[in-house]
Structure formats: structure tokens, C-alpha cells
Design a protein around this ligand. Structure first.
Ligand SMILES: NC(=O)C1=CN([C@@H]2O[C@H](COP(=O)(O)OP(=O)(O)OC[C@H]3O[C@@H](n4cnc5c(N)ncnc54)[C@H](O)[C@@H]3O)[C@@H](O)[C@H]2O)C=CC1
Ligand SMILES: O=C(O)[C@@H]1CCC=N1
Length: 264
């Protein structure tokens, strides 16, 4: 693994728990010494500050660095260290398969977009396969990424949109939860109770929609009693452009993901 930051750690921790790889079989390359020490101590993985050492003769090269340092990292993984059979999995936002494939010529490459609930095994990851990736590579990528949640396969052309929705989405939902709790506090609830109510309302609503397979509009209709409280709340949300704000958030993140791709 190249980059032992937030997403890298989420994956490492789950790979250890699910015993997909033994800690001894994982090497993380990470320039921050404090981070190296933490990952080694917490998960028992091998750590190094040398990308080339991590990339030597391995089954999977997992890229979990920021897109902005990709070029520098690709250069640091000199060609003679690479095994043509090594599967490259990248979670870099906006970095297209063609950029990844030109950095790892002839190698199987999979572009993936996970999200932060990965840290608790409740993420969702979209994957798109490069031209040299075969069925067994996709299967291996799934096995690895299913340790952090669900996996869906999409054409690469959809990856920027996925990034705008589920990749960035936890940020929008966190804002919504914070705002719900703030609303509760404004209405006189103690902060801790307001937060507990907000969290479970969001979690429970998602679970209900998922388990019953109903349309969100139907659930909205079920909650709104005629002349009641919920329709008053919804009218206020609509007046403030709530739905439009969420749609625009996804579109802005989608555009930003595309922009990052054009720069790489
Ligand atoms: N944070 C998120 O919600 C998501 C992030 N991603 C993608 O995951 C990638 C990593 O994101 P985070 O984990 O949030 O970032 P992060 O900043 O927590 O982790 C990146 C790690 O890479 C290390 N690093 C920097 N330069 C390096 C180099 N030259 N060689 C090796 N390691 C180096 C940093 O020290 C840091 O620990 C990004 O490409 C991002 O687009 C994808 C989906 C969701
Ligand atoms: O904000 C970002 O660029 C990364 C990619 C998706 C979520 N976080």
C-alpha cells in the first residue's frame, strides 16, 4: 500500500480483521514517521518510507495517496521493481485509468472509489476495470474492497459521478446531521440528546428505505400527516432550496473530480 492515511488505514484495519491478508504480508509505504509507527504498532503491518520497497514483487499494489502526488509516486516506483502481474488498485479521486495505465504499462489496473464509512466496514466502493484487468483481478479487488463494505462495478465514465455522490457524500450527510442537531438545540434540546436523535434518525431512515425497498417519496408521504408537523418542516426545506442544494453539491463534486482528471 502506498499512502497510509485515513483511507489506507480504513482498508488495512479491515483486511487484518477479515484475515484477507496477514499483517506480515502487508507493507505500507508512508513518509510520515509518526504515521509509520502508529500503523506498525496498531495493525502489525510492515512499514517503510520507500515506495520502491513496498512495490517489490507483490500481488496487489494499492494506491491510497492524494491525486496531487500521483506523478511523483509513479516516478518513485521505478519500472524494474514492478512485476507485470501485480494488480494495481487506485482509489485516487479523478485519476483516470489511462493515466494509471500509462504509469503501469501492461499491468492490470482497477480504479476504485470507496467512501469514509469504509472505516467501520459500512462503505460502498465503485470499481472500474482497466484494459489488462481480467475476471480474476476483478474478483481479487472485490475480495479486498468488500472488507470495507459493498462493491459495485460501473463503467469508468461514471466514476466522477460516483465520486460526487458516494465518495463525497459522507461529507454532505455529516453536514445534514450537524444541522439537524443544531435545529434541535435551537428548539431547546440538550446537545447530546439532539445529536443522538439526529444520528439515529438518519441511520434508521436509510435502513428503512433499504430494507423495505420503497421510494423515498413514499416514505415522505408516510411521515407527513395532513396539516401536521412534517409537512411544515418540508415546506421550510423547499423554501430554502434544500433539494436543489444537495443536487448542486453532487454536481459540483462531480465537476471537481473531472477537473482533477484533466490535470493528471
Ligand atoms: N477521504 C475520503 O473520503 C476519500 C478519499 N479517496 C481518495 O483516497 C486517497 C487518500 O485520501 P485520504 O486517505 O483521505 O488522504 P490522507 O491525506 O489521509 O492520506 C494520504 C497519505 O499519503 C501519504 N503520502 C504523501 N505523499 C506520499 C508519497 N510520496 N508516498 C507515499 N505516501 C505518501 C501521506 O503522508 C498520507 O498519510 C485520495 O486519493 C482520495 O482522493 C477516495 C474516496 C474517499
Ligand atoms: O474530497 C476528496 O477529494 C476525496 C474524494 C472523495 C472523498 N474525498
Amino acid at each position: 500500500m502506498i499512502g497510509g492515511g485515513m483511507m489506507g488505514e480504513a482498508l488495512l484495519s479491515r483486511l487484518v480483521v477479515e484475515q484477507v491478508y496477514l499483517p506480515d504480508d502487508m507493507v505500507v509505504s508512508e513518509p510520515q514517521v509518526k504515521r509509520q509507527e502508529f500503523l506498525a504498532q496498531q495493525y502489525g503491518v510492515q512499514v517503510t518510507g520507500e515506495n520502491r520497497l513496498a512495490a517489490n514483487a507483490i500481488e496487489v499494489l494499492f494506491l491510497a495517496i492524494k491525486p496531487q502526488v500521483f506523478e511523483q509516486v509513479a516516478v518513485s516506483l521505478s519500472a524494474h521493481d514492478r512485476h507485470p502481474a501485480t494488480l494495481v488498485i487506485s482509489i485516487l479521486a479523478g485519476t483516470p485509468l489511462k493515466t494509471l495505465e500509462s504509469a503501469f504499462p501492461g499491468q492490470p489496473v482497477i480504479r476504485a472509489m470507496p467512501n469514509t464509512p469504509a472505516a467501520v466496514g459500512a462503505g460502498i466502493t465503485a470499481i472500474a476495470a482497466g484494459q489488462h484487468a481480467q475476471a480474476h483481478h476483478l474478483e481479487l479487488a472485490r475480495r479486498i474492497l468488500e472488507t470495507v463494505g459493498e462493491v459495485v462495478e460501473v463503467p469508468e465514465s461514471m466514476m466522477d459521478a460516483v465520486t460526487g455522490l458516494s465518495g463525497s457524500g459522507p461529507g454532505y450527510v455529516a453536514l445534514m446531521i450537524e444541522a439537524l442537531a443544531d435545529g434541535g438545540v435551537a428548539a431547546g434540546l440538550p446537545r447530546a440528546i439532539a445529536m443522538k436523535l439526529a444520528l439515529q434518525t438518519v441511520r434508521g431512515t436509510a435502513q428503512l428505505l433499504q430494507e423495505e425497498g420503497i421510494h423515498p417519496g413514499e416514505l415522505k408521504d408516510r411521515v407527513t400527516s395532513p396539516g401536521g408537523t412534517t409537512i411544515a418542516g418540508i415546506a421550510a426545506l423547499e423554501k430554502s432550496g434544500f433539494r436543489s442544494a444537495v443536487i448542486e453539491a453532487v454536481r459540483a463534486a462531480w465537476m471537481r473530480s473531472k477537473e482533477l482528471g484533466q490535470k493528471s
